[in-house]
Ligand binder design. Structure first.
Ligand SMILES: *[C@@H]1O[C@H](CO)[C@@H](O)[C@H](O)[C@H]1NC(C)=O
Ligand SMILES: *[C@@H]1O[C@H](CO)[C@@H](O)[C@H](O)[C@H]1NC(C)=O
Ligand SMILES: *[C@@H]1O[C@H](CO)[C@@H](O)[C@H](O)[C@H]1NC(C)=O
Ligand SMILES: *[C@@H]1O[C@H](CO)[C@@H](O)[C@H](O)[C@H]1NC(C)=O
Ligand SMILES: *[C@@H]1O[C@H](CO)[C@@H](O)[C@H](O)[C@H]1NC(C)=O
Ligand SMILES: *[C@@H]1O[C@H](CO)[C@@H](O)[C@H](O)[C@H]1NC(C)=O
Ligand SMILES: *[C@@H]1O[C@H](CO)[C@@H](O)[C@H](O)[C@H]1NC(C)=O
Ligand SMILES: *[C@@H]1O[C@H](CO)[C@@H](O)[C@H](O)[C@H]1NC(C)=O
Ligand SMILES: *[C@@H]1O[C@H](CO)[C@@H](O)[C@H](O)[C@H]1NC(C)=O
Ligand SMILES: *[C@@H]1O[C@H](CO)[C@@H](O)[C@H](O)[C@H]1NC(C)=O
Ligand SMILES: *[C@@H]1O[C@H](CO)[C@@H](O)[C@H](O)[C@H]1NC(C)=O
Ligand SMILES: *[C@@H]1O[C@H](CO)[C@@H](O)[C@H](O)[C@H]1NC(C)=O
Ligand SMILES: [Cu+2]
Length: 573
């Protein structure tokens, strides 16, 4: 009798308690099903079969609030192997859901499915998801929109509307064929045929006038653009004619707001900006345009994506709207001065609510060179890379080889033997003038070497560009973490004098940073998330050439500091 009364009473009590705990009561589980299918799309007057999620390009949006659990069931109905990555999501103790192929998981093979399971913790803003195997992200990408918790607001006035603006890169050919051919011949891959805004190249390309993204706006309102650079190989400038933008967030972390006419964004970066529309109906349409920044020696797609900002004209207002479309002014292709100034404007909000928890002390220091090099041409073949070799790229002169099984599984089940070693060098193995005359031997070495970090290690990492095959800006992305960008400069990093200039107060916190062309950037992070975490250039061509490595972060002593076992549906190799 007593038991029968107490049992439902306990349930009711549990329910009441959870209703009063905001974290439990206000967070939700968001379910998505992503069917990977082939679909036909037409761009630049060519119809082509692409790999897509649910037949959409860009793919569907994930919308969640901070604190929500996200479950995405990915069903592979194409002949390619697939993995998806939730770019910038911290994946606290959920490394099995991170997604880079052969790093945290084996691919989802044809006919298989896998449910990515993660909770969004301590992040709000814009991120994106994309395929993380070969170059499939050319067509497999979409926004992740993280709203503040239900009972919280933005640290700025709530915008009238929010609009994702996602840049992509389009090949008339099959992107998989493009990269496979390049890896075979050793040459640079064929450049893309267009950049896209929300999937459309826009009016500046031949045969594309109808494939133009149009943003219809009302006068006198504030719109929040959630800008994402999902292009494969190009950093982009973006501007809207006659309008300025206020930057409020970067990589799902609020920043001190600042105004700019032009935005610079690397692949892998995301940023929220406020766009105030004019208080009246202008008689023109405004072009929003994106085109590349490039200082490298190789060829690149030097074209411009365009969308239209159109003021909606309610029928009662009579305006003789001309077709005049005003083009924005963008920096020149090699505008390193602009990029440097723009990048330095980012500062963490660092107020009482959103503090910048910059590691003030450092346990381990690392100095990694990043850049291009070459590898020898196999016997009896001809290669089309530099001087008859093959293009390669490296970190500390190691071109990282992906294993045939997933590193995280090998680590977790203690089967690393023959798969990876833990001797990744903390410093360049052969010091030289990284931004001066290259050494005689520019061949990279190849291997699967990792760094092991004890739980809670405070890390300082200086990334140094090399000019071996031309200096260029490399957007380095770290999985599983945000880092603080404490310093940057040109030439070679000077460990004696540069640290004195570091910003340890309000540096920007992000997951992707451009290593300045012919320069260096210093970042700090606290290794508090156990797992195996990929770090790589977010130019897919450089990643394919080996500009990638991985960190193992060990479990901490507490149960809440350990990586749980893999989910039962984790794909096997
Ligand atoms: C795509 O086009 C091809 C060739 O026209 C056609 O055979 C195929 O059925 C189409 N696929 C879809 C998903 O519509
Ligand atoms: C895709 O799904 C359809 C229907 O379930 C099935 O007939 C087809 O074989 C699948 N194709 C692939 C490549 O998995
Ligand atoms: C998702 O992961 C959490 C944490 O590991 C686990 O408790 C939960 O059961 C998982 N949910 C599903 C549907 O797999
Ligand atoms: C654009 O669309 C219009 C109206 O549907 C059509 O008449 C025109 O031929 C299209 N132009 C192109 C380049 O496809
Ligand atoms: C808009 O109208 C004003 C005044 O009528 C005119 O001076 C201006 O040139 C027009 N702008 C465009 C882009 O047509
Ligand atoms: C890129 O194109 C612009 C014109 O759109 C041209 O002025 C510029 O010289 C080109 N730059 C390169 C490096 O090809
Ligand atoms: C609207 O502008 C066009 C182009 O300037 C002009 O030809 C036309 O007469 C104008 N119409 C009206 C109703 O003012
Ligand atoms: C960058 O900033 C410096 C210092 O404020 C200024 O002198 C320079 O003109 C700026 N360069 C560009 C391209 O904006
Ligand atoms: C390479 O070419 C040489 C001479 O033509 C030949 O003897 C050798 O067997 C070839 N090696 C391979 C691996 O094909
Ligand atoms: C290619 O060879 C030429 C002539 O031998 C040399 O000047 C040049 O530096 C070499 N380039 C590279 C990238 O090794
Ligand atoms: C490295 O090379 C650059 C460019 O040639 C030169 O300006 C610089 O002085 C060199 N640095 C050292 C330490 O030799
Ligand atoms: C897919 O991945 C599996 C496991 O790594 C591999 O054995 C297979 O060759 C891959 N298939 C394709 C089409 O790449
Ligand atoms: Cu790179």
């Amino acid at each position: 009798m007593l038991f029968r009364i107490t049992f439902p009473a306990a349930l009711l009590l549990g329910f009441l308690v959870s209703s009063f705990l905001p974290h439990l009561a206000l967070s939700k589980t968001r379910h998505y099903t992503f069917n990977i299918v082939t679909s036909n799309v037409t761009r630049l007057c060519k119809t082509k079969s692409i790999v897509s999620v649910n037949g959409k390009l860009p793919g569907p949006r994930i919308v969640a609030r901070e604190g929500d659990q996200v479950l995405v069931k990915v069903v592979n109905n194409v002949t390619n192997n697939i993995t998806l990555h939730w770019h910038g999501i911290r994946q606290l103790r959920s490394g099995w859901a991170d997604g880079p192929a052969y790093v945290t998981q084996c691919p989802i093979q044809t006919g298989q499915s896998y449910t990515y399971n993660f909770t969004i913790t301590g992040q709000r803003g814009t991120l994106f998801w994309h395929a993380h195997i070969s170059w499939l992200r050319a067509t497999l990408y979409g926004p992740i929109i993280i709203l503040p918790r239900r009972n919280e607001s933005y640290p700025f006035k709530k915008p009238y509307k929010e609009v994702p603006i996602i840049f992509g890169e389009w090949w008339n050919a099959d992107p998989e064929a493009v990269i496979n051919q390049a890896l075979q011949t050793g040459a640079g891959p064929n450049v893309s045929d267009a950049y896209t805004i929300n999937g459309f190249p826009g009016i500046l390309y031949n045969c594309s006038a109808n494939d133009t993204y149009r943003l219809k706006v009302k006068p006198g309102k504030t719109y929040m653009l959630r800008i994402i650079n999902a292009a494969l190989n190009d950093e982009l400038f973006f501007s809207i004619a006659n309008h300025s933008l206020t930057i409020v967030e970067a990589d799902a972390v609020y920043v001190k707001p600042f105004e700019t006419d032009v935005l610079f964004i690397t692949p892998g970066q995301t940023t929220n900006v406020l766009l105030k529309t004019k208080p009246y109906y202008p008689n023109a349409t405004f072009i929003m345009a994106a085109r590349p920044y490039s200082t490298g020696q190789g060829t690149f797609d030097n074209s411009t994506a365009a969308g239209l900002l159109e003021y909606e004209h309610p029928s009662q207002i009579s305006v003789n709207k001309t077709n005049a479309a005003v083009m924005p002014t963008l920096p020149t292709i090699m505008a390193t001065g602009f990029v440097t100034n723009f990048t330095k404007k980012f500062r963490g909000l660092n107020n009482s609510k959103f503090t910048a928890n910059v590691p003030q002390t450092v346990d381990r220091r690392f100095y990694f060179t990043v850049g291009l090099g070459s590898s020898p041409c196999p016997k009896n073949t001809t290669c089309q890379g530099p001087n008859g070799t093959k293009f390669a790229a490296s970190v500390n002169n190691i071109s990282f080889a992906l294993p045939a099984t997933a590193l995280l599984q090998a680590y977790y089940f203690k089967k690393s033997n023959g798969i990876y070693s833990t001797d990744f060098p903390a410093n360049p193995p052969n010091p030289f003038n990284y931004t001066g005359t290259p050494p005689n031997n520019t061949f990279v070495s190849t291997g699967t070497h990792l760094v092991v970090l004890p739980f809670n290690t405070s890390v300082e990492l200086v990334l140094q560009d090399t000019s071996i095959l031309g200096a260029e800006n490399h957007p380095l992305h770290l999985h599983g973490y945000n880092f603080f960008v404490v310093g940057e400069g040109f030439g070679n990093y000077d460990p004696n004098n540069d640290p004195a200039k570091f910003n340890l107060v309000d540096p920007v916190e992000r997951n992707t940073i451009g290593v300045p062309t012919g320069g260096w950037v210093a970042i700090r992070f606290l290794a508090d998330n156990p797992g195996v975490w990929f770090m790589h250039c977010h130019f897919d061509v450089h990643t394919s050439w080996g500009l990638r490595m991985a960190w193992i972060v060990l479990d901490g002593p507490l149960a809440s500091q350990k990586l749980p076992p893999p989910p039962s549906d984790l794909p096997q190799c």
